[in-house]
Design a protein around this ligand. Structure first.
Ligand code: ATP
Length: 586
């Protein structure tokens, strides 16, 4: 069954490249056929030389055949390599494109390094499989049949001796090849683990250093590297063993042919030319046998990689539903909220709900603050608002329509997200600001920079907007990164921005700058903030209190301070809220 599945995978992979594979096989076969005619001419040439006259036209034809054969085989190899490279490029495009669309809930379960290994290492392993198996294997098989035919025509008795010797060694080789497959799969997965571990360590290098865990992590990486090393070594040992076994079979067959042939020549049953012709034809038998062995061995080695690639390609992706549905809203006359949660239930794992019947509406202008203890479900509300996940029960509505029937691209263009640690990407400040947006004109860019208080920041940078921001934007301060992320979001003109406010301490100037930015932003679009600061909470037009996955209260700061005991107790526990005194403005 497993073998069948492997060949099926291989056939599916080859679909679309059949022309090139057949061209490589045809060239390879042409080369082999040219080679097979050589013994016939060689026999005439040797018999002629033995009779004392060199047949120059036959020798000339032989030389031409040698040259044509070499050219055909070189071209076949190039076509094979070209096909392998093209297929690897296409596979990588498919795997990386697929990975970018895999559902977050599925992606979060896998390990990033292993996925990188599959997208890069495994696709390269498949190239070897293609280069060594498809064209060569096919040509080898036809070449083998043709070589056997020529040998049978030359001398069936000698052929029988050859078949016995080659047959035995081929059977032994197939047994080795099976083990190669198992070793190959464990080598590929050990390399996946190694990459995952490395990615984990480099991603958290500050934590590793701060916890003085270099030694433990080095040991862990070493043991993954060792597992990959042992599996690769096992495979190399088996491949190495199979080479001499093949050579031994070839040498044994030659010796047998020369011994039996010599006695037949001396008894007059065959001429010296026939023996030379047969021996030459035998060398062309060795090549297809070796090619078939290589092909089978490559399929075994590559099938582990192909299996891992197929696993990635079968991961479920975010798919847009094909139809758009009418508004869910009733015939209400009040303005449609930009976002609404109606009795939303959601859990990352079945039977463990994190959100338990959430209801709220976000108007198309103004600022809404989400407050609540750690683990209450605030970030999860954002994840559903951004459609990283869909609710298990209930409905998320975007501008009055069930979000499940909206295209992901449209939804995320309408709802922008600025996360708390707002990582930027390596590149210049300009590239980060324009990431994912249509190129705005200079006036628009200046307006957004002014609104987010970034103009003085840009002016102070050595190359202005073209200053590189470093890996994950580390060359900017936390507050600056936050404002760049808000500016990036604003440039794509969303109707609602979700903002996870930074918890790290901001100095009074930065805090004032952020508050002013948020005020400005909430005049051009709606803003929903997971709020950790008194200033943000106090200036919000609406506050949602979240506790254990439920909205326990809704109102302004002064209303909640008066009416909601839980909000007051939350304020008592949270220093930043303790300081809040009811604002005369509220
Ligand atoms: N990706 C995830 N997979 C599984 N469980 C998760 C995931 N993200 C969050 N959780 C769990 O869901 C619950 C709510 O987490 P969430 O991050 O929404 O809370 P929060 O209110 O934003 O907390 P904080 O203020 O500390 O960020 C927690 O129990 C958390 O362990």
């Amino acid at each position: 069954m497993a073998d069948l599945a492997r060949w099926r995978d291989l056939r599916r992979l080859a679909r679309g490249y059949r022309g090139r594979i057949l061209a490589a096989a045809a060239l390879s076969l042409f080369g082999t056929l040219l080679a097979l005619t050589q013994p016939l001419l060689a026999r005439i040439a040797v018999d002629g030389a033995a009779a004392g006259r060199l047949p120059w036209p036959v020798i000339g034809a032989l030389a031409a055949l040698f040259a044509a054969q070499a050219s055909a085989l070189a071209l076949a190899r190039y076509v094979q390599a070209h096909t392998g490279e093209t297929m690897t490029r296409d596979l990588r495009r498919d795997v990386t494109g697929h990975l970018l669309r895999v559902r977050l809930s599925v992606l979060e379960r896998g390990r990033t390094g292993d996925l990188i290994a599959r997208a890069c290492g495994d696709t390269a392993a498949v190239k070897t499989l293609i280069a060594q198996s498809l064209g060569t294997g096919l040509a080898g098989l036809i070449g083998l049949i043709a070589a056997v035919g020529v040998l049978a025509w030359l001398d069936p008795w000698l052929l029988a001796a050859v078949v016995v010797l080659f047959g035995g060694s081929f059977g032994a080789l197939l047994a080795v090849v099976r083990r190669v497959r198992i070793a190959s799969r464990s080598a590929q997965s050990a390399e996946g683990v190694l990459l995952s571990d490395l990615e984990r360590v480099l991603g958290g290098i500050r934590v590793v250093r701060a916890c003085r865990a270099e030694r433990a992590e080095a040991d862990r990486l070493d043991s993954s590297a060792r597992r990959a090393y042992l599996a690769n070594l096992r495979m190399a040992g088996m491949v190495a063993l199979s080479g001499p076994a093949n050579d031994l079979a070839v040498s044994g067959a030659f010796l047998a042919v020369l011994l039996v042939g010599a006695s037949r020549v001396s008894s007059g049953a065959m001429t010296l030319g026939e023996l030379v012709g047969f021996t030459l034809a035998m060398t062309y038998l060795a090549a297809p046998v070796y090619e078939i062995f290589q092909a089978v061995s490559a399929v075994q080695q590559g099938s582990g990689a192909l299996h891992r690639i197929n696993e990635v390609l079968s991961l479920p992706v975010e798919g847009d539903r094909p139809i758009a549905v009418a508004r869910v809203d009733g015939a209400s006359r009040r303005p449609t909220p930009v976002l609404e949660f109606r009795d939303v239930w959601f859990g990352y794992e079945p039977d463990r709900p994190v959100l338990r019947g959430i209801d709220f509406t976000i108007p198309s202008r103004g600022q809404t603050a989400l407050v609540g203890p750690s683990g209450a479900g605030k970030s999860t509300i954002f994840a559903l608002a951004e459609r990283f996940y869909d609710p298990d029960r209930g409905t998320v509505l975007l501008n009055g329509r069930d979000a499940r029937w909206t295209r992901y691209a449209h939804h995320r263009a309408t709802v922008g997200l600025v996360e708390q640690d707002c990582p930027l990407l390596a590149g210049t400040l300009r590239e980060n600001l324009l990431y994912g947006t249509a190129r705005p004109d200079d006036h628009e860019l200046r307006r957004v920079l002014a609104m987010t208080g970034l103009l003085p920041v840009v002016a102070a940078l050595p190359q202005g907007l073209d200053t590189p921001v470093g890996e994950r934007g580390r060359r900017l301060s936390g507050g600056q990164r936050q404002r760049v992320a808000i500016a990036r979001c604003l440039l794509s003109r969303p109707e609602l921005i979700l903002l996870d406010e930074p918890t790290a301490h901001l100095d009074p100037d930065s805090e004032r700058a952020l508050t002013a930015t948020l005020r400005e932003v909430s005049t051009v679009c709606s803003l929903m903030v997971i709020a950790h600061r008194s200033t943000t909470i106090r200036s919000a037009d609406q506050i949602l209190v979240i506790d254990a996955g439920v909205v326990t209260a809704t109102g302004t700061h002064s209303e909640l301070s008066r009416s909601d005991p839980y909000y007051r107790s939350l304020a008592d526990q949270t220093p930043s809220i303790v300081r809040i005194t009811p604002s005369p403005l509220l």
